[in-house]
Design a protein around this ligand. Structure first.
Ligand code: ADP
Ligand code: MG
Length: 373
């Protein structure tokens, strides 16, 4: 049997663990045409959950249409409109009909077939013959409204935090004005940079204030992971002790991507007797394989930010401002720590609750192993 675990993309089928409560709750919002702000840190499983929900909606009657709009890498309102247009083939797969549909409201936009150079899969190309104008945003959204006149629609804007970088005047206001009129569409705004998203949706002075139900996606619980993984390992006849799996989940602090990565490597081991030594070895390999990413991140930090991370590791993120703690990492003023923490929390590198915590468990382990020996 092929390795069922996957840590680099959307997980489906066997590789998808639980999320039952989330599915039930989100389906309820969709049926009620509510808008949802679905957010979490990177690699917690937002996109996978969205595809799982799509899959369930496919089997619902009356049918609910779905549209997945990938906003990662979009830089402007024009890119945003392009991304929606390029996704429309999910609803209308026949090119001729699609062209007709688009040209009914966007006469100067050309739609064609394209082949993704990386995956080789067919897609839609979009070109704006006589340039972009602001009316196109309302036209393309109007098209969604029109489609939803026939049946309910779920529209997902993934990586929605990208819109914070657009420079077009009044983009959010115009988007909101149209979205509000769509009573038969459930819009999902998904994203991972919490401070950007909360700024867009929670700040009273922003257009998106209270436009969507907030839905933070948590990690997956240990008591869900263990039986799920055990069952998958059993398919090849390996019975793995629950205790060992619990140890792995705990080492990953329940982080969905790292848990999958660990299990992926564990599957490849194919040894009869798995011990804690194997687990140690796999952990070393995961740290090695992330070496470049972590080095880049580390290099991007200022000296005081690096010292502050070290301080968090040394103190466990509590009582960090005592003179002897500061001295231990060569910081001489609490204000330096305060400023660094502000930036680190803003960038989602550090989490602030009652204490301070390094968000990425493997980054923390990497610093401990390679930098702070
Ligand atoms: N329900 C799940 N069960 C098990 N693993 C998951 C689940 N959801 C996500 N993962 C793991 O996390 C990784 C990232 O998932 P993804 O959906 O791309 O997250 P996000 O969109 O939040 O960045 C996946 O490749 C997979 O390894
Ligand atoms: Mg995603």
């Amino acid at each position: 049997m092929e390795n069922p675990f996957n840590y680099t993309g959307i997980v489906r089928g066997n590789a998808f663990c639980n999320r039952q409560t989330e599915q039930t709750e989100l389906l309820r919002f969709i049926k009620g045409s509510q808008n949802v702000l679905l957010y979490s840190h990177r690699r917690y499983g937002k996109s996978s959950l969205i595809y799982k929900i799509f899959n369930r909606l496919e089997r619902q009657r009356p049918k609910i249409d779905t549209l997945y709009v990938e906003l990662y890498g979009t830089l402007s309102e024009k890119d945003f409109v392009s991304a929606i247009l390029a996704s429309l083939n999910q609803i209308e797969s026949k090119l001729e009909k699609l062209v007709k549909l688009v040209q009914s409201t966007l006469r100067t936009v050309k739609i064609g077939m394209s082949i993704d150079p990386i995956t080789g899969s067919p897609g839609v190309s979009v070109s704006f013959d006589s340039g972009y104008n602001e009316a196109m945003l309302s036209n393309v959204l109007g098209l969604l409204g029109k489609i939803s006149g026939k049946r309910k629609l779920m529209v997902v804007f993934d990586e929605f935090q990208e819109i914070a970088g657009y420079r077009q005047e009044g983009f959010e206001k115009r988007l909101r004005a149209i979205i509000q009129q769509h009573e038969n569409i459930s819009y999902f705004f998904c994203g991972s940079q919490r401070h950007i998203l909360t700024e867009i949706f929670i700040n009273k002075n922003r257009a998106f204030y209270k436009l969507a139900q907030s839905y933070p996606l948590a990690k997956i619980q240990t008591d869900q992971y263990v039986p799920w993984a055990q069952k998958l390992f059993l398919k090849t006849g390996s019975k793995i002790e629950a205790q060992l799996l619990e140890e792995i989940v705990a080492r990953c602090e329940n982080h969905p991507m790292y848990v999958q990565q660990f299990f992926f490597f564990l599957w490849e081991e194919k040894v009869r007797e798995l011990s804690i030594d194997t687990v140690d070895e796999i952990e070393r390999r995961i740290l090695q394989s992330s070496q470049n990413e972590f080095l880049n991140l580390w290099d991007s930090l200022t000296l005081n930010q690096k010292k502050t991370l070290k301080l968090i590791i040394l103190t466990g993120g509590r009582e960090m401002f005592y003179a002897n703690a500061l001295q231990a990492v060569d910081l001489n003023a609490g204000s330096q720590v305060t400023r660094s923490l502000e930036k680190l929390v803003g960038d989602d590198i550090v989490l602030k609750n009652n204490d301070y915590k390094i968000q990425d468990v493997m980054f923390k382990k990497w610093m401990q192993a390679f930098l702070l020996k």
